[in-house]
Write a protein that binds this ligand. Structure first.
Ligand SMILES: [Fe+2]
Length: 181
């Protein structure tokens, strides 16, 4: 029997996925500046996305990812991902927090918005009918969020542009505050 070395290694708590089929994308501030009430003037890296993408975009195939979110705020508003529904609302997704502290903002199609606390080891099963956005609430530490989702789920960002999440998440000193839009 032929025994192969693994094509990809992901030391979950220590590092990023590495190996065949892993891509890295860097998101800079200017790409997400419009999300914020009071944007910054500079252009730091806000998050990095590692994706293990192999095989066809067909039903049943999965993607594996890691998002590393920097502790970058916009005049007190916490660093967040764009957030999306799945184009195919029947596709669910797992998020799992590997490092740091944050919030998983969730919003149903009526605009009802709530959140789950993200901390090291937290696991989040996301319904495809619910929009999801990660927020790094730390002033100093990165937030590392892993994900596994179907290749066919797609990302519906337009629905978020039509109706944003119901709350902004800000830091006031040591307190995290939620501002209703
Ligand atoms: Fe998703």
């Amino acid at each position: 029997m032929n025994v192969l070395d693994p094509a990809v290694v992901h030391h979950l708590m220590e590092g990023v996925p590495e190996g065949a089929g892993v891509t890295r994308a860097v998101k800079r501030y200017h790409e997400v500046a419009s999300l914020y009430e009071s944007p910054r003037d500079d252009d730091p890296v806000v998050y990095e996305v590692y994706t293990h993408d192999v095989g066809p975009k067909t039903k049943g195939n999965l993607l594996w990812g890691l998002t590393v979110m920097k502790p970058v705020d916009s005049h007190g508003e916490c660093n967040m991902t764009r957030g999306h529904f799945h184009e195919d609302r029947d596709c669910t997704e797992y998020y799992f927090c590997l490092r740091g502290e944050g919030l998983l903002l969730l919003m149903d199609e009526s605009g009802e918005t709530w959140a789950e606390r993200m901390c090291e080891g937290s696991l989040h099963h996301i319904d495809g009918h619910v929009a999801h956005r990660c927020v790094n609430t730390s002033a100093t530490e990165e937030l590392w969020v892993g994900a596994c989702w179907p290749t066919v789920s797609g990302h519906d960002y337009a629905a978020i542009e039509r109706r944003e999440f119901g709350y902004r998440v800000k830091r006031a000193g040591d307190e995290i505050v939620f501002e209703k839009r």
